[in-house]
Design a protein around this ligand. Sequence first.
Ligand SMILES: [Fe+2]
Ligand SMILES: [Fe+2]
Length: 277
Amino acid sequence: MRITILVDNNAEKDLACEHGFSAWVESDGLRMLFDTGQGPALPGNASRLGVDLRAADRLVLSHGHYDHTGGLPFVLGLVPRVQVHLHPEATRTRYSVRNEVARSIGMPPAAKSALKAWPQESVKRDSLPVPLGPGAGLTGEIPRRTGFEDTGGPFFLETQGIETDSIPDDQAAWFRSGQGLVVLTGCGHAGLINTLEEALLQSGESRVHAVLGGFHLSQASPERMTRTVQALRELEVDLVIPCHCTGEAATKALQQALGPRVLPGFAGMRLDFPEPG
Ligand SMILES: [Fe+2]
Ligand SMILES: [Fe+2]
């Protein structure tokens, strides 16, 4: 199985970077695009990396934020057919409210229109887990169990900053590999450890081999960082690949605590995992 990061806040030379995330997953019988970035970086990066998005059989949206869904019009205009997966709340109107300034950060109107125009039998809106073939799945809504994790930012359903957005649509994808479970997150708004625990539960695997994606720890308290590191140690995660919205300070803290097990991600990174035995 191979995962290629197509869009990220960081990129290798010759690739575009942007605040956003998108990854391409190829495994036995699965060609999946996980998120689409904001839009501008995806087409050029995919073609430079030799990824033919037209071959996608699944398009998964980790959640409805603009930096994961903005590339939808491009992708749906390109692929002949693809099954789209999203949570029913992924299209809700939502804001980030900081210092009394509200910013709309939901799915852009063009992306909503592209979804509406797509054959509706190929748009699956599920809050429950969805199997993605043998040995892979989408978590659906992730229970918030740990108590020390939150959505990671000032997210609200209206512009006054009163009604909190719990981002129920946040979901992750998991894959069994010959080395253990591999988990792919978008922004990790449900919490990195909540996400890993849910993926373990759903997959029936006993350990997480690797986790990659946005962990949204840029505003994490020292307590949250400590407990996150402790949980990653307890779960014996071999490979932690912080991307996108994890935050520079949090990435450094993870590296300091976990050493070479942490490899910061970037557009152009390719990760190969053996198929399950
Ligand atoms: Fe994000
Ligand atoms: Fe997000």
